[in-house]
Design a protein around this ligand. Sequence first.
Ligand code: WTA
Length: 642
Amino acid sequence: MSQSIYPPSSEFSAKAHVSGMEGYNALYEKAKDDPEAFWGELAEKELFWFEKWNHVFEWNPPFVKWFAGGKTNVSYNCVDRHLTTPRKNKVAILWEGEPGDQRMITYQELHRLVSRFANVLKARGFKEGDRAIVYMPMVPELPVALLACARLGITHSVVFGGFSAEALKARIQDLDAGVVITADGGWRRGKEVRLKDAVDESLAGCPSVKDVIVLKRTGSNVTMKEGRDHWWHDLDATASEDCPAVPLDSEHPLYVLYTSGTTGKPKGILHTTGGYLLQATMTMKWVFDLKEEDTYWCTADIGWVTGHSYIVYGPLSAGATSVMYEGAPDFPAFDRFWRIVEKYRVTTFYTSPTAIRALLRQGDQWPNMHDLSSLRLLGSVGEPINPAAWEWYHRVIGKGRCPIVDTWWQTETGAIMIAPMPGAVPLKPGSGTLPLPGILPDIVDFNGIPMEEGREGFLIVRRPWPSMLRTLWGDPERYKENYWSRIPGIYFTGDAARRDADGYYWILGRVDDVMNVSGHRLSTMEVESALVRHPAVAEAAVVGRPHEITGQAVCCFVTLKKGDYDPAVLGKELRQWVAHEIGAFARPEEIRFTEGLPKTRSGKIMRRLLREIVTSNAVTGDVTTLEDMGSITRLAAQHDEE
Ligand code: WTA
């Protein structure tokens, strides 16, 4: 297949923070040759410090410290420091609720809200080193709660509002949290998600929790337990607006965020203060090319790392106007995202390939109903974006004008690692392109030997970076084992990738998503990407199934665009299509048509479950991150009928 290349327009380059490949190369080389000087200068220039650090970084593999001894505060950097600049009355958070209510909070107003809520926490006796669980809808009080915790040095852990009471309980217990910050509920597709009920259910086995602070969002009836539960507005009403940010060590734990590992028990990824904030801030400039006048929107939920780094900490530290939306992309109709872009004149739009494919499936009429001419930059995160979705995003949403930054990173990496600097690096649809300054990835085999150009291998990172996870909460052994022992002393991402002749990275998905068919290594992603290029296919998920002769056979789950199809004819056609697109060895053994695919709440297809269906038809393990249990049941039932 011939490869399209999209160089930056001269107009975009001329105004970008980093222009042309010379600009990129100069930064990359400087960071590579002298990381201490590179990051040290940036930390001094880009962040506020109460006291300077002793060393830029200290690396005792696999443990790293950045700017240790330096004193700073994330809340101060995200709020206070803007108040002495023209940003003080700039909108920091531009929020829209699902029912259509809206709020615009300036930096000055944010300072008042954060200071008051920090005083609420302080008055209840919470302080530096304590842990808070935050279980809230996507309302402005969620970032306010995070910034209030950060102001005092309370380590927060956001639990996504879609998690069950059981999942919430496991996280509260693992952290021994003293306070839970929640709300009566939130809105999702016109229905109330009842959060307080789930909190009540989870707290039976959580003696560490002394206080529950409840925001009134939906106004529905909730049970308030005397002595333990307090309304946010009652406590807030009498709180003072004077609450200086506490100077904290650069390595002070900012947050823990749980993510699923290969076992059933979630991993508590720990991020700290100075290094995390520096990389989150720098990537706002390098990748999103943030300008003072931008209206920047990341559609993620703050329950995931993308929301932490790219709705709250990165944008606010960089002084952006960060748009936040409470509800579902298809409520009340499929044009909700485009309606918001038009209404607020959004300039920068960052979303996931899953969302793009879901909206693509509904047809061009939805985006075409709106004026999207304010957009200047688009972004993608969370999984590889297939070229067909990329082209649609570029043409129908960006009108061919807007670069797309495909950003590779992980909960563990804290901030973006591989992505184009949009004024410098020519784009290739489906590639995250090149590593950012200071990031030294490589592609290696089982023994850590670098792979040749074009060959698939493990994606690793050779040198610690500022926003790297520091450990797994309470489990340093699992941290060493998971990330640093596969190839001793080198960070193992768990992703497979290859690099082309231009040094561009092509992420092929998780290592356990790689199939081996007749001795050919074949990525599930490659087959999926081929399938979605077919005009009838909306989404596809591919897994390997044990096969007597070929080792593994390719098994595809496919959802279709609207239309009338004969499954037998189309099934045959799709098998032939894949063989044609990739090669005969990749011809799927089986195509199953389904109404939906099982996904985590962050939108990733749960291939593990599909693999279980095709191998044993049984589903076990942790499925708390699943969005639509119904689709699993239907897939399993369909199997029984055959
Ligand atoms: C995948 C989300 C290809 C990858 C920030 C990674 C991607 C995992 C991309 C982390 C991308 C994320 N291209 N794959 N641009 N972004 N991934 O922890 O497999 O939810 O390891 O972090 O998502 O997912 P996580």
